[in-house]
Design a protein around this ligand. Structure first.
Ligand SMILES: Nc1nc2c(ncn2[C@@H]2O[C@H](COP(=O)(O)OP(=O)(O)O)[C@@H](O)[C@H]2O)c(=O)[nH]1
Ligand SMILES: [Mg+2]
Length: 426
């Protein structure tokens, strides 16, 4: 799962990246601070309780486990995650964030760092466009006080750059491919598109969705053998929607907030979300937490001052942190709320817990619920096996629903929170 942070220079992409991944990166008040894309991991809480909560209950009911006591640091969690952590049944899963710099007008023609920008973007499952709702910079990212730009223009500009890029990839052999449709049927076109776009992550389903949408939204374009440049542009736009869905971090909301209703309507109509954020405020909390001054779970604006914090911070520093956390009161849960919406809402990811021991919900070494894997909705049991390991998928025999003990076939569709044992030849 890869999410790209995009937007014009100076809106706060690197600050967001840093606040969410706790990776220190260069942040400065001028364009092009970020030269290479920063890639890091954000630990995202699952929206529902970890399956270890159910396992604990089963064990307690069977008299095999005492209820968690007051000083249990894990507050009841009994899973042993291979990566991430789980406290109070709040399981954290990794989501890769990419701070993608280089969006400038003409990026699709290779202007600025356009080519690098687009190849980084090609690896993303969805995008978070960061806009500056205080409007303190112009389109190129130069500081201009307030009221310097319109978020909706920034958004349309990003969309048009991506669409022009996709159209550019398709244009070369387009007329040959559409002529082929007459001889070989519609599949000649979808095959051409697939060959061209597979490098940027397009699947058959993205392409078929795109082609169907062009037909319904553009009357008169029934036979693809007649498709010219306007259908090519329409198709690029439909494929963009499916391949790179966009949500918005309406950042610098700690400054004056300009209206973004129009943007909200446009984004929500295509399945995205707009959330007000202050990357700077969240970064301050994230740093205090990384330094051990406060105890705070990722994404929470509330925190407790740790013992170290009590000992080393002065009254003024503590007050400053509290006033920062009190300022984070906007709807939507800030940066982590937004990421959660993107992953579990827009991309509708489900979580599955693969295990090797269906009785104890453990792996071969006895580790309880070691993996929580995010899969697209519609993933089958066999597809899950492939997500875990190619060998497991290739050798797939059958699976078992560990909750009920029932055997399930390869075509079974994974449901959210399934605990699954996979039998495989390897
Ligand atoms: N007031 C305010 N300033 C911010 C916020 N986020 C970032 N900034 C500032 O905006 C400038 C650009 O930030 P940066 O993350 O480097 O932007 P990028 O070019 O999009 O990566 C820096 O001076 C940041 O401190 C925010 O939420 N509020
Ligand atoms: Mg940057």
């Amino acid at each position: 799962m890869r999410i790209g942070l995009v937007g014009k220079p100076n809106v706060g992409k690197s600050t967001i990246f840093s606040a969410m991944t706790q990776t220190p990166v260069e942040i400065a008040n001028y364009p092009f601070t970020t030269i290479d894309p920063n890639v890091g991991v954000a630990w995202l809480p699952l929206p529902s309780k970890c399956a270890c909560s159910e396992l604990r209950k089963r064990k307690e009911d069977a008299g095999r486990l005492e209820p968690a006591n007051e000083d249990d640091t894990r507050k009841g969690s009994i899973c042993e995650p291979n990566s991430g952590s789980c406290v109070e049944f709040r399981r954290l899963v990794p989501v890769t964030l990419i701070d993608v710099a280089g969006l400038v007008p003409g990026a699709h023609e290779g202007k600025g760092r356009g080519n690098q920008f687009l190849s980084d973007l090609a690896r993303c499952d969805a995008l978070i466009q960061v806009v500056d709702v205080s409007g303190s910079t112009d389109l190129e990212g130069n500081p201009v006080g307030t009221g310097g730009s319109e978020p909706i223009e920034e958004h349309r500009f990003l969309v048009s750059e991506i669409e022009a890029w996709i159209a550019g990839i398709l244009r070369g052999g387009w007329s040959r491919a559409t002529r082929k449709v007459q001889a070989e049927g519609e599949k000649a076109l979808s095959e051409y598109i697939h060959t061209q776009l597979t490098g940027i992550g397009a699947t058959e389903s993205h392409i078929n969705t795109g082609i169907a949408a062009v037909r319904t939204r553009h009357p008169g374009s029934e036979s693809a053998s007649q498709w010219g440049d306007s259908e090519l542009m329409a198709l690029s736009s439909e494929i963009r929607r499916a391949l790179f869905p966009i949500s918005i971090a309406a950042n610098k909301a700690d400054n004056q907030v300009h209206r973004c209703n129009e943007l909200k309507t446009e984004i929500e109509a295509s399945g995205g979300k707009v959330v007000l954020t202050s990357a700077e405020a969240e970064l301050a909390l994230s740093r205090a937490s990384a330094a051990g001054m406060i105890e705070r779970r990722p994404g929470d604006s509330k925190f407790d001052i740790s013992q170290k914090g009590e000992e080393t911070m002065n009254e003024q520093q503590r007050k400053a942190l509290h006033s920062i956390s009190e300022s984070l009161t906007w709807e939507g849960g800030g940066l982590f709320g937004l990421l959660s919406e993107v992953v579990f809402g827009t991309l509708s990811r489900k979580v599955a817990y693969p295990v090797q021991d269906e009785t104890h919900w453990a792996d071969g070494d006895g580790n309880t619920l070691p993996d929580a894997i995010l899969v697209p909705s519609g993933t089958t049991a066999k597809g899950l096996a492939f997500h875990v390991h190619t060998d497991l998928g290739q050798g797939f025999i059958r699976a078992v629903d560990a909750r009920t003990g029932r055997i399930i076939g390869s075509e079974y569709e994974i449901m959210d929170n399934d605990v699954i044992r996979i039998h495989s030849k390897s």
